[in-house]
Design a protein around this ligand. Structure first.
Ligand SMILES: Nc1ncnc2c1ncn2[C@@H]1O[C@H](COP(=O)(O)OP(=O)(O)OP(=O)(O)O)[C@@H](O)[C@H]1O
Ligand SMILES: O=P(O)(O)OC[C@H]1O[C@H](OP(=O)(O)OP(=O)(O)O)[C@H](O)[C@@H]1O
Ligand SMILES: [Mg+2]
Length: 345
């Protein structure tokens, strides 16, 4: 448990002369991950030939080396008492002292996914969008934890608010626009060249072409390069500032950071399953504790039982178990007395 912040309570019914609340950093959680068999036939891939794990003894975890996920990932692991120790920031390999036999490798998010597929990494933390885009439905990739509660965004189609799109508010309406023909298809700019076309195809948009771009996609419609874009949206500010809008039925994927594992590694590489358990227990313990607090307050009373009774008379104060009540001793007129009791709930 670590102290994150202290608040002072003002609660007349328990008349505290002081109280503090400490956010709980972890609760006890036990996980069981099991893996049955490899669902897909073994393929020949770099570092992982015929489904056999490559020759190494260490378990490898890939983390984002850059971008917005990099710092948040290290912060989350630190909150789970899994501090990543990097000898120097230019080195791409690091360790987590609490887990022996684990190597941490810093890679671009898309390379974390590619290297999981190739067998050069066993575990990784990236956004679900990156797993889906670069994993392309590969059955070797298993989402071990699907909600690490940061990196929230959605992959969405956006179109201009103006011109021929002014009254278009749904994917259906977009698909039915007479403008799109084999000669003049809907032009979509996206960095998601797997998920974008797949979604359009699955939703019956036939006359569509895609162009790829790495950044500032929101400028493409105004520049006349594209009619629509498929990109990540979080607050919606970038779309708004560029006169674009999302449409009904146009969300391709809801994404946040996930822990992803290679199925073959879980089954075949010694230590991967145990390390995955250990990480899941720590992650879940931390995530479940978010928003829970331990409150310590000193209450006046004639006995511990009387104080406990008053606390328990308010179900919202009882907590999961407890309260713990202990006398607070002070010296008055040369005599030791306990007029107050410390409650912990
Ligand atoms: N605006 C956003 N808000 C929240 N999370 C986001 C946002 N944009 C992206 N993400 C999440 O963060 C991940 C990394 O995005 P980021 O833009 O930091 O890196 P990148 O796209 O790999 O790098 P770059 O954009 O420089 O090519 C994305 O895959 C997605 O899961
Ligand atoms: O809805 P918002 O909160 O405005 O966020 C959306 C923007 O965030 C991402 O871009 P990023 O900041 O990663 O820049 P990039 O285009 O260089 O990837 C994404 O590609 C959008 O452009
Ligand atoms: Mg980006």
């Amino acid at each position: 448990m670590s102290v994150v912040r202290t608040i002072f309570l003002q609660c007349p019914s328990i008349s505290p002369f002081s109280a503090s609340a400490t956010s709980i950093n972890s609760v006890s959680v036990k996980f069981k991950v099991s893996c049955c068999s490899v669902a897909s036939p073994a393929t020949v891939v770099n570092g992982n030939v015929d489904g056999k794990p490559s020759e190494r003894n260490e378990v490898r975890l890939g983390l984002p080396s850059k971008g917005r996920m990099a710092e948040d990932t290290l912060d989350l692991l630190k909150d789970c008492q899994l501090s990543v120790r990097q000898v120097n920031p230019r080195q791409y390999v690091a360790e987590i002292p609490q887990i022996s036999n684990l190597e941490v490798w810093f890679q671009r998010p898309k390379d974390v996914v590619r290297k999981l597929v190739s067998g050069d990494l066993d575990l990784g933390i990236v956004g679900l969008d990156t797993v889906q885009e670069y994993g392309q439905g590969n059955e070797d990739l298993i989402i071990a934890h699907d909600a690490l509660e940061y990196g929230d965004c959605r992959l969405s189609i956006a179109i201009p608010k103006y011109g021929i799109f002014e009254n278009i508010n749904s994917l259906k309406e977009l698909a039915q626009m007479p403008q799109w023909t084999p000669e003049r298809p809907l032009r979509v700019a996206t960095g998601f060249s797997y998920l974008g076309p797949k979604f359009m195809k699955d939703n019956g948009l036939n006359y569509v072409t895609f162009s790829t771009a790495d950044g500032a996609l929101e400028a493409a419609p105004a520049m006349g390069i594209a009619d629509a874009i498929v990109d990540l949206v979080s607050s919606g500010t970038t779309l708004r500032e560029n006169n674009l809008k999302e449409i009904k039925g146009g969300v391709i994927l809801e994404s946040q950071a996930v822990l992803v594992a290679s199925r073959r590694s879980l089954i075949q590489r010694k230590g991967v399953l145990d390390i995955t358990h250990e990480m899941l227990e720590r992650l879940e313990a931390h995530l479940r504790a978010v928003g829970q607090f331990t409150v310590t307050a000193n209450m006046r009373g004639s006995s511990a039982e009387e104080v406990a009774e008053r606390v328990l008379s308010q179900p919202s104060l009882s907590g999961l178990q407890g309260p713990t009540v202990s006398p607070v001793f002070s010296k008055r007129d040369g005599k030791v007395a306990a007029d107050y009791f410390a409650i912990v709930i």
